[in-house]
Design a protein around this ligand. Sequence first.
Ligand SMILES: Cc1cc2nc3c(=O)[nH]c(=O)nc-3n(C[C@H](O)[C@H](O)[C@H](O)COP(=O)(O)OP(=O)(O)OC[C@H]3O[C@@H](n4cnc5c(N)ncnc54)[C@H](O)[C@@H]3O)c2cc1C
Length: 306
Amino acid sequence: MDKPLEELRRALGDRALVRELLAPRTTLRVGGPADLLIEVKTVAELVYTVRQARQFDVPVFILGNGSNILVLDKGIRGLVIENHCSGYELQELSPGRAVVRAESGASLPGLANRLARQGWSGLEWGIGIPGTVGAAIVGNAGAHGGCMADRVTAIETLDERGQIVRSSNQEIGFEYRSSRFRHFKREVILRAEIELARDDPAACMARMNEYTERRRQTQPTEASVGSIFKNPPGDYAGRLIEQAGLKGTRVGNALVSPVHANFFVNQGGATAKDVVRLVELVRDRVKDQFGIELQLEIEICGEGIS
Ligand SMILES: Cc1cc2nc3c(=O)[nH]c(=O)nc-3n(C[C@H](O)[C@H](O)[C@H](O)COP(=O)(O)OP(=O)(O)OC[C@H]3O[C@@H](n4cnc5c(N)ncnc54)[C@H](O)[C@@H]3O)c2cc1C
C-alpha cells in the first residue's frame, strides 16, 4: 500500500477495509477489490470521509448499490465509499403537494414503496430500479414513463473544493440516462428533494404492482446490471440485439439473457473480462448488421482486465 493510502487507512481507523472484494457489492457479482473500502451511514460521515481522502490525495469512488457498474477484475484504486445514508423526511407544502428530502444512499425502490403506502405519488416507476437515490440522479434513472429529471427539484452536493452547495434541477444537467455527474466525477451527491403529489394509496400500490409484474414477465432474475446499452433514438437496444440473433450468446460465464437481450447475466463465476468481451461482440455485431453503434448505459469502473 502506498504512503497516502496507508495514512488514510490509519486516519479512518478499523472500519476501513483493505483490499475488500467488490463483486459481492454489485448486482452483477463481478469485480476485483477496492484498495480501501468504508461504509458510511450518515451524511456527516460521508462528507468527513471524502474530505479526509482528499486531504491525503487519495481518489474516491462512491458506491451505491452497485447496480449500474461493471467493476473490472483488478478492482478500484483508492477509497471506495459505500453509501448507506438512508434518512428521509417528508414536508407537506400545500394540500396535495409535498417534497421528500432524501439522503443519497436511500434505496429508490424502498423510498417509492414507503411513499406510495402513505398515498404520495411520484416515484412509483422506481419500484424495480435496485439502486440508491444519489446514483439514480447520476444516471437519470427512469422506467415506465417516469424519471428522476421529472421529479427532482434540487440537490445538495459536496463540490470539488469540499464545500456543500445546492443545485437546481436545471443545473443538474439531466439527459437521457445521464447528468453532469456522469461526466464530472469530483462531486458527491448528498441529498435530493423530490416532488410528490397526493393520491389514493391503493392507486399508488396498484401502479407499482403492475410495474413489478411487467418486469417479472420481461426481465431475467439472475445476477445482472440491468440494461447494458442505452436505447438508440427511436429504437430499442434489446430489439436490435435480438434481431442480430444474439440472445443466448455466451463468453465464459457471461450470457446475453434469453429473456431480455439487453440484459447480460452472470451464470456464476463470470469475470469482468467475460462481460467486456461480450459487450464488444454484441456492439460489433449490431454495428455490422444495422449500422448502429450502441452506447453503454452501464459504467465500466476500475482497472485491468486480468
Ligand atoms: C435488475 C435491474 C433492473 C434495472 N432497471 C433499471 C431501469 O428500469 N431504469 C434505470 O434507469 N436503471 C435500471 N437499472 C440500473 C440501475 O439500477 C440504476 O442505474 C441505478 O440508479 C443505479 O444505482 P446504484 O446505487 O446501484 O448505483 P451504482 O451502480 O452503485 O453507481 C452508479 C454510478 O453513480 C455514482 N454514484 C453513486 N452514488 C453517488 C453519489 N451519492 N454521488 C455521486 N456519484 C454517485 C457511482 O460512483 C457510479 O459512477 C437496473 C438494474 C438492475 C440490476
